[in-house]
Design a protein. Structure first.
Length: 78
C-alpha cells in the first residue's frame, strides 16, 4: 500500500510524513472530520501510525470513528 500511495519503497529510515495528494484533497473537503479521516486512512492502511500507538501490534479503528465521520460529514463515504 505504501508503494501505491507514495510511489516509493517503504523504508523505516525515510518515512513519508505527509498524506498523499488525493487524501489531502479529501481532508480539505471535510475539515470538520479531518482528524477522524486521518485516523481512518492511516489506521486502515498503515497501522500503527500515530505517536501514541507505541505497541508493535497493529491497531484497528473503533466503529465510533466511522460513525462520527458518517454523522458529521455524510458526503465522505459517497
Amino acid at each position: 500500500m505504501y508503494k501505491l500511495y507514495y510511489n516509493k519503497t517503504f523504508n523505516e529510515d525515510d518515512l513519508e510524513q505527509k498524506f498523499p495528494k488525493r487524501v489531502e484533497e479529501d481532508l480539505a473537503r471535510f475539515p470538520k472530520c479531518r482528524k477522524n479521516i486521518e485516523k481512518l486512512f492511516c489506521g486502515e492502511l498503515f497501522p500503527p501510525c500515530f505517536p501514541e500507538e507505541t505497541s508493535p501490534m497493529l491497531k484497528t479503528l473503533c466503529r465510533s470513528v466511522c460513525n462520527d465521520i458518517a454523522k458529521d460529514c455524510p458526503g465522505f463515504f459517497r
